[in-house]
Ligand binder design. Structure first.
Ligand SMILES: Nc1ncnc2c1ncn2[C@@H]1O[C@H](COP(=O)(O)OP(=O)(O)O)[C@@H](O)[C@H]1O
Ligand SMILES: [Mg+2]
Length: 287
């Protein structure tokens, strides 16, 4: 169980990204966190594992107050939290298998992983996960030879390789075409359901959130303005979250099932400095 209590973040610049955010994610629950760009979604999930230090408030993972942990305690807790990023944060020149095994870095130590010596059970687990995400025939391919959808599948397998108790997912489909986005969202939610894994999924696409999650939290300027059932996201609530707009098309789109558009193409890559920093930290064995 994850509990956020009065979580507030004011950046050094004076930007108030989160204001008194309080909610609980129950065991096995998958929460979609929606809100416009700049609402504080990324800040929120990064405050959970203190990649960003909250200004005040608490984060409880089970009985542990994450905000009070020492560096060592924090390292242990971070092992229990899997992350999936918009820009995948894969190591381009490594294979799919090596990228998935890098999810174990918190366990096996830097030098061992540097020389790519992983325990056999880790390798077996990686094969199982790659099979689950539909990549069993791509195991030895280099990451830079994959499509966007395949890359995100590697990102999912890597996050699961460490056996997390909680999954934090930041805009997993923002670089993908609509059909691949639905496939990736479905995969993440199915895997969470299968293993009772709780998750927070940041997603700015309302229709996609509505289609796949059963609880939605709406963030607007760092404040929770909605917390409830996707079916209750009507035009009035959407206006509260995103501002004045014609919502009829969005709400209708959420009711459509798969439309037959082509899938799994890579959209142009934009760089995400935060993910890159995290990736470097991860490789340095710091997480
Ligand atoms: N490192 C930072 N320093 C200062 N302000 C930041 C930083 N990161 C984000 N912000 C600000 O915090 C607010 C929330 O940003 P963010 O969490 O990235 O929102 P979202 O993920 O919903 O787009 C924005 O106003 C943004 O400009
Ligand atoms: Mg963001």
């Amino acid at each position: 169980m994850l509990r956020l209590n009065d979580l507030t973040k004011v950046y050094a610049t004076g930007d108030r990204a989160l204001s008194g955010v309080t909610f609980t994610v129950e065991p096995g629950q998958v929460v979609g966190l929606i809100g416009p760009s700049g609402a504080g979604k990324s800040t929120l999930i990064r405050c959970v594992n203190r990649l960003i230090e909250p200004t005040s408030g608490q984060v409880f993972l089970g009985d542990i107050d994450v905000t009070k942990l020492s560096r060592r305690g924090l390292r242990q807790v971070r092992r229990r939290i899997g992350m999936i990023f918009q820009e995948y944060a894969l190591v381009e020149r490594l294979t799919v298998m090596e990228n998935v095994l890098s999810g174990r870095l918190g366990y096996v130590g830097f030098w061992r992983s540097f020389f790519r010596r992983f325990p056999p059970e880790a390798v077996e687990k990686a094969y199982r996960l790659l099979d689950r995400v539909g990549l069993s025939d791509q195991v030895d391919k280099r990451a830079d030879a994959l499509s966007g959808g395949q890359r995100q599948r590697v990102g999912i397998a890597r996050a699961l390789e460490q056996d997390p108790d909680l999954l934090l997912v930041d805009e997993p489909t923002a670089s993908l075409d609509p059909k691949t986005s639905r496939q990736i969202m479905r995969l993440i939610v199915e895997i969470c359901d299968e293993s009772g894994l709780p998750a927070i999924i940041n997603i700015h696409d309302v229709a996609l959130a509505q289609q796949f999650v059963r609880r939605i939290i709406g963030l607007q300027a760092g404040v929770v303005v909605f917390d409830g059932n996707p079916a209750d996201l009507d035009a009035e609530v959407l206006t509260r979250i995103y501002g004045e707009e014609d919502w009829s098309a969005t709400i209708r789109k959420a009711d459509d099932e798969e439309s037959g558009d082509a899938g799994d193409d890579v959209l142009p890559k934009t760089s995400d400095p935060v993910s890159e920093v995290i990736d470097r930290e991860r490789l340095a064995g710091l997480t």
